[in-house]
Design a protein around this ligand. Structure first.
Ligand SMILES: Cc1ncc(COP(=O)(O)O)c(C=O)c1O
Length: 396
């Protein structure tokens, strides 16, 4: 069979290959990028399903508008307003099938083969793959614990004139890093000055443990004149409520939103109306604040225990910044005292000891750092985290 040339730009993710090994009995996994199924608000979702069927079965079970189900668009605009983005209107957003679809629509509407796009190094692997599928040359901008280095980003933008810049400013995947307020403003100002589209992907911003993170780029855009014209924001219910619902959304300048909607028509016509009506009822019932409070508390405890265990069991063989939210530890093997420095090698040894994590190298669009690794604290309880990190200590 003759496949499309665009497939030559991508390969199956190295991480997916690793996931095949996770079926081994007794493995403690820090490898996933998903929330803990034990924490799903099943009662709340059941109630939302029942309301969707009793109050609006016609809408919930019928074909719907590509832009999204209006009651959900209204709820999502209100949800964004509650997070400081006060000027988002229901018409100013479209509902997408997970934020992954929003990223795909961005690729479809903006990327020509050979175009350059800038992402963080490291960033969400599926995004790198998705943009490459459309023929983009993906360039990585350096980050530190304060997120992307804004000065370096500005230089790369000036040098490469990218089609857009893609950032996960809050509790990044895999970096766990959060862009500082000053850098957020700098990024928005740069977008206006250089007329560069900036994509803010924000599935983790609600999952903070102590202090709330700085406002999203979207919320801050009201303070930087003109920046809204260059900003795209992607949101998702996946990490806070349920990834199985596949409800995400995209807020973008009207022209881009219209093109993305057109592309979505040819892709899935619309996101499941049943899922949208369920999500709308859930948000309308006012359950989200309690749900967020619960998941924040559980993940905060797991993150605390993972940080302490890593220090205790691996000592100076590993370095990391304690994350203030999200689902991930991003760490670096130091090689101290003759311990392993290659996270790929450690991943293999770790599986033999009964614990899994994801090596960091595949998350880099260029210049991979083979000493890095990503550990998720989301799906294992505190006892399993201690045991799993103990096994990691034996593997290194
Ligand atoms: C940074 C980032 N963006 C987008 C997604 C996609 O999420 P969903 O399509 O479930 O909304 C993920 C999921 O892991 C992610 O980590």
């Amino acid at each position: 069979m003759q496949f499309a040339d665009r497939l030559n730009n991508v390969e199956t993710s190295a991480i997916r290959e690793l996931f095949k090994l996770l079926g081994k009995p007794g493995i403690i996994s820090f490898a996933g990028g998903f929330p803990d199924s034990a924490m799903f608000d099943v009662d709340g979702i059941r109630e939302a399903v029942n309301l969707a069927l009793s109050e609006e079965a016609g809408g919930a079970l019928q074909y719907g508008a590509t832009e999204g189900y209006n009651p959900l668009r209204e709820q999502l605009a209100a949800f964004m307003a509650s997070k400081g983005a006060k000027d988002v209107t229901p018409e100013g957003l479209i509902v997408t099938t997970g934020s992954q679809q929003a990223l795909d629509l961005i690729g479809k509407t903006l990327i020509n083969p050979g175009d350059k796009v800038i992402v963080e190094g490291p960033t969400f692997l599926a995004t790198i793959q998705c943009f490459r599928l459309y023929g983009a040359q993906v360039i990585a901008a350096p980050i530190d614990a304060q997120g992307v280095k804004a000065d370096a980003l500005e230089q790369l933008v000036a040098e490469h004139k990218p089609k857009f810049v893609y950032l996960i400013p809050t509790f990044g995947n895999p970096s766990g890093a959060t862009l500082s307020l000053a850098r957020r403003k700098q990024v928005l100002e740069m977008a206006v000055r250089t007329q560069t589209v900036v994509i803010e992907d924000d599935p983790y911003g609600d999952l903070y443990f102590g202090e709330a993170p700085p406002p999203s780029l979207l919320a801050l855009s009201s303070q930087v004149p003109g920046s809204r014209d260059w900003l795209v924001h992607c949101g998702s219910l996946s990490k806070v409520l349920s990834p199985g619902l596949r409800v995400g959304w995209m807020i973008a300048p009207p022209e881009l939103l219209a093109k993305a909607t057109m592309c979505k028509q040819f892709s899935d016509a619309h996101t499941s109306t049943f899922a949208q009506a369920t999500a709308a009822q859930y948000l309308k019932a006012g359950r989200m604040p309690a749900t967020l409070a619960h998941v924040r508390q559980v993940y905060a405890e797991r993150a605390r225990v993972m940080g302490e265990s890593l220090k205790r069991e691996l000592g100076d063989a590993i370095e990391f910044t304690q994350p203030g939210g999200g689902l991930f530890f991003w760490a670096r093997l130091t090689g101290a005292n003759g311990k392993l420095k290659d996270a790929g090698e450690l991943a293999k040894r770790a599986i033999d000891k009964g614990v899994a994590f994801v090596p960091g190298a595949p998350f880099f669009a260029s210049n991979p750092d083979h000493a890095t690794l990503r550990l998720s604290f989301a799906t294992a309880d505190v006892a399993k985290i201690e045991e799993g990190v103990g096994r990691l200590g034996q593997a290194i």
